[in-house]
Write a protein that binds this ligand. Sequence first.
Ligand code: 7RM
Length: 639
Amino acid sequence: MKEVAQEEQVFPPPEEFKRKAWVTDESVYDEAEDYQSFWEKRAEELVDWYQKWDQVLEKDPPYYKWFINGKLNISYNCLDRWIERGQGDKIAYLWEGEEGEAEEYTYRDLYREVNRFANVLKDRGVKKGDVVAIYLPMVPELPIAMLACARIGAPHTVVFAGFSAGSLRDRVIDAGAKHVITCDGYTRRGKMLDHKSKSDEAVDGLDVQCIVVKRGNNQVNMQEGRDFWWHELMEEAEEECEPQVMDAEDLLFLMYTSGTTGKPKGVMHTTGGYLVGVATTMKWVFDVKDDDVYWCTADIGWITGHSYIVYGPLALGVTSVMFEGTPDYPQPDRWWEIVEKYGVTILYTAPTAIRMCMKLGEQWVDKRDVSSLRLLGSVGEPINPEAWLWYHRVVGKGKCPIVDTWWMTETGMHIITPLPGITNLKPGSATRPFPGLKGEIRDAKGVVPQGQKGDLVISRPWPSMLRGLYNAHDKYVEEYWSKYGPERYFTGDGAIQDEDGYFWLLGRVGDVLNVAGHRLGTAEVESALVEHPAVAESAVVGIPHELKGQVPFAYVVLRKGYQGSDDLKKELIKHVSKVIGPTARPDDVLFVEDLPKTRSGKIMRRILKNIASGEQEIGDITTLKNPEIVDDIARKLRP
Ligand code: 7RM
């Protein structure tokens, strides 16, 4: 039985790419074995400090501090220094709104807006250490507000705009935020969303003040004494605001994320180490050069947007595209139109989006000139080889390396990732730990033999690692540092290492099944299913079975032109059995229109598992982007 459905094909870096890449020599891995001096060099090379650190790393497991007594300001590193170096007229953001509105922000423009808003915050009484909640869609005011907070030393907590009032309220309360930055409304696929009503509901009865960006021009209720228009406050604001000198270990932001339990936890990231980690990976993994046009399609409300739309690109003085809309509005070629229009050279997106584009059909990509692309990236979940190959062939025209970057909110930066100028790529593998990092596959008995599944553990500290969970010490220890001790970070992901030392991610450990004593990743079965020409997307969950303990149950979304039938069901079951082995045979296949997904595109397998297992309680569906699909699926299964 084949353990993982792997593609045998290997893709070495194209010569042309290799010639110009920042990293061209394998020796970086050896040099970085002395990881403290490796990170120290990066800190000297990529970041400007007011005062140098006395010590690179201070270990007090499971707490780690980096660049002890180093002093810096992140907004200075993202803005002021580029202007001082004569790059003030370079474009920082090429912003495009959903309806096609376009705005350009040079580094100087961004500097001016950030300084003004920093003064607004100060005038409103925000001081160093005060947490500010930001609840905005993908408008320029979002990065401006984040950088303004960083400038005055106020940690931000950005709450994804698609989240409910209840989610915002929980976070505002947990973080103790006294200021919320929100907007009137915005459109999604052409439909106006009344954002202000949601934030009003969230802050109702709390001791909070709101600054409201005018975006939708929809009718809103401004509460006297609580609500203030952004543009009115900005009118009187001074254009210079001295950056606050921050300690390397001062809190930069909180990012709430869900763990094993329902209640989200505030992951803490600090200033110095976070910037060093993010700037280094931005440069080495995306291989960014002065003339690149870089586009990360994530929302800034997620860690991907924090690290690789805001802090990473700006810390390197890069030009980025920032897009407010969705890939298929008003037409399924919207993304490719943007690539063509701005001459995007680096595209960073998620497997779920790639599979959606596959489903829409490659003619939409072919309609546009995407020849400016030179590097592609993937993040968020394991990318199945079929999607990888499609991305490589249709979007990358066979000439762009793909960096499949494995990392998490908690890691702050890429952890397992190719370096595009030297790594031989294998479709579906995130390849190797970044220089200076150490990944291991472990179980209760220790490091598992090569080729076997286990838990992915990071057994060396890195500068942008989380510093804790806000007001939740016990959870921090329990969630990450208990299973393998206080010096081995437990990721919660399963993985397998192949004969070349490459890591193959298998999804969250919770998604690992045990079928008659065989461990089986739901992602493996999904990958096998999507290799079949009829399948666009699938989600596999484990359901209880009398004899085998658990068996896989498959939800399948078919490609256009295919109809669900008993014959096709049998064919798919046979196909999985052939690709992985008989233990992986789905017990049943249910054809569905769509899968329940979070706003960031992650399939909510927990809900699907409960439906398939016939549980009375389906679970919380409030964080879904398409909650209506849950009823449809349940009715299909039990009409
Ligand atoms: C960046 C981000 C983290 C979880 C993580 C994994 C999964 C992310 C990949 C991946 C396989 C990848 N942060 N994940 N990237 N799995 N290959 N390249 O997504 O905190 O929102 O999620 O996402 O399971 O634990 S996150």
